[in-house]
Design a protein around this ligand. Structure first.
Ligand code: SAM
Length: 290
């Protein structure tokens, strides 16, 4: 028989066994069972007292428990796997009024709709993301204009577990092989860093690759551009990253040569050599064309 963990709830292995939570690969289920590790992830987000946390994919609740034990005023957790809900309800009962469970697909639920209005507490997104939807969610959070039309966004920071390779793309600098769409979208108006790596063996079942916890905080944009424009420019530039920009931009923009000239960029360069400031100059050239 398992004893209780330090937070007074049963050990996660016992929770998983009792609720029959065998991991489903299709849902990106790689669970963290070590509450010391989930507490370490929670700490990356800073002190949680008075904070509202949005968690995507709580699963059996290892990270959720760390967030609540760490003092989060409220956790809004969105979980797609209905099998996890009974296990999560036990956590909710242990922390009355602090855990709100939303059964659904994080790609379809807008967490901002569940935040208190008016906003009276910081909101942090903290999650061990399902890998199959992690990048898509990250891009949405970095581009709130598509749904909410403003920056800074509705969240105050992101603390997210990704595959190491995705984390490297988020923080990559120009000229590196990892530099791409995610780097530009993350860095033109936010500061992003990798907090630490997590070995496959920390998860049940272990994934094939190393993971990393990334921390992102919104910042002043390096320049203002029309909503959605930078995404369009970057998507075109990196869709064919081995090609010269005069070629790759053709897929979405007329006369790329004139645009590149107006932005002061050599048309034979490739997307991965452009600084974020140069991408923004390209956006200004598109805007100036009207
Ligand atoms: N947070 C738990 C932990 O750290 O042990 C579980 C993390 S596991 C990597 C990802 C979780 O996201 C799973 O519980 C899975 O069921 C859930 N999930 C997968 N796709 C989802 C989606 N589209 N919306 C919400 N949750 C999803």
């Amino acid at each position: 028989m398992s004893g209780l963990a330090a937070d007074g709830l049963p050990a996660l292995r016992e929770v998983i066994a009792r609720h029959g939570l065998t991991a489903k690969k299709g849902l990106g289920q790689n669970f963290l069972l070590d509450l010391n590790l989930t507490a370490r992830i929670a700490r990356v987000a800073g002190p949680l007292a008075g904070v509202t946390v949005v968690e995507i994919g709580p699963g059996p609740g290892g990270l959720t428990r760390a967030l609540l034990a760490g003092g989060a005023a409220r956790v809004i957790a969105i979980e797609r796997d209905a099998r996890c809900l009974a296990a999560l309800a036990e956590i909710s009962a242990h922390y009355p009024g602090r855990l709100e469970l939303i059964a659904g697909d994080a790609l379809k639920v807008d967490p901002a709709a569940y935040l208190p209005s008016p906003r009276n507490a910081p909101v942090r997104i903290i999650a061990n993301l399902p890998y199959n939807v992690g990048t898509e969610l990250f891009v949405r959070w970095m581009t709130p204009e598509t749904t909410q039309g403003r920056w800074p966004p509705w969240w105050d920071s992101l603390t997210l577990m990704f595959q190491r390779e995705v984390a490297e793309r988020i923080v990559a600098r120009p000229g590196s092989g990892a530099y791409g769409r995610l780097s530009v979208l993350a860095q033109w108006r936010a500061r992003a860093r990798i907090a630490f790596d997590v070995n496959p063996g920390a998860f049940t079942p272990p994934p094939k690759v190393t993971s990393s916890v990334v921390h992102v905080v919104p910042a002043e944009p390096l320049a203002e551009v029309a909503p959605g424009l930078l995404e369009r420019v970057v998507a075109a530039a990196f869709a064919q990253r081995r090609k010269m920009l005069r070629q790759s931009l053709k897929t979405r923009f007329d006369n790329p040569l004139a645009l590149l000239e107006a932005a002061g960029i050599d048309p034979t360069r490739r997307a991965e050599t452009l600084s974020i400031e140069e991408f923004l100059a390209l956006c200004r050239a598109v805007e100036a064309r009207g």
